[in-house]
Design a protein. Structure first.
Length: 175
């Protein structure tokens, strides 16, 4: 029994194609399994990661890894399957709404039972900006400030600027 996007409405099955980036460690998501709830789920998705770029979302249920169903597989087996192809993985996933829709329709979700699958491929490399971009964006924040700004002291303004600068440095280190 195949369902089309018209049948499913906004309930979308996504094929997320993740690729390892040369400047990012891993795919950028945690695989989560709970003894009380069957299935394998996406835990935390790191910002600016291959997982985020490929459309993975917190609490997505993983249906297939590289075209193979994960139903009944252990957490360790799913992790091994994710690592089975060097440098990339294809995850068929659904969010909670799509999962409930297909379950209520009596459809076992797979790449062969759902015809309209949204494919999201992450780029080969992550988003970058140069040190020059960082310095130009920070230099705008570090222009001399007046001694009194909207009821705040000069000292408070400097603290805010230093905080912004530290966040910009952390952002640069994470990219």
């Amino acid at each position: 029994m195949c369902l089309s996007a018209a049948d499913a409405g906004d309930c979308v099955v996504r094929l997320c194609h993740l690729k390892i980036w040369p400047d990012f460690a891993g795919y950028g998501f945690n695989l989560h399994a709970d003894r009380a709830t069957p299935g394998q789920y996406v835990g935390k998705v790191d910002e600016r990661s291959p997982a985020e770029a490929a459309g993975l979302k917190l609490n997505d249920r993983i249906v297939e890894v590289n075209g193979s169903s994960v139903d009944g597989k252990s957490h360790a087996d799913v992790v091994m399957e994710i690592k089975s192809v060097a440098g990339e993985v294809r995850l068929l996933v659904v969010d909670a709404a799509a999962d409930e829709f297909y379950r209520n329709a009596g459809v076992n979700i797979s790449s062969s039972t759902v015809t309209d699958i949204q494919t999201i491929v992450c780029p080969d490399t992550g988003p970058h900006f140069s040190t020059g971009d960082l310095l130009s964006s920070v230099s705008v924040c570090l222009t001399p400030a007046p001694t009194h700004i909207s009821g705040h002291s000069y000292k408070a303004h400097i603290c805010q600027l230093l905080w912004l600068y530290s966040k910009a440095i952390m952002f640069y280190r994470c990219t």
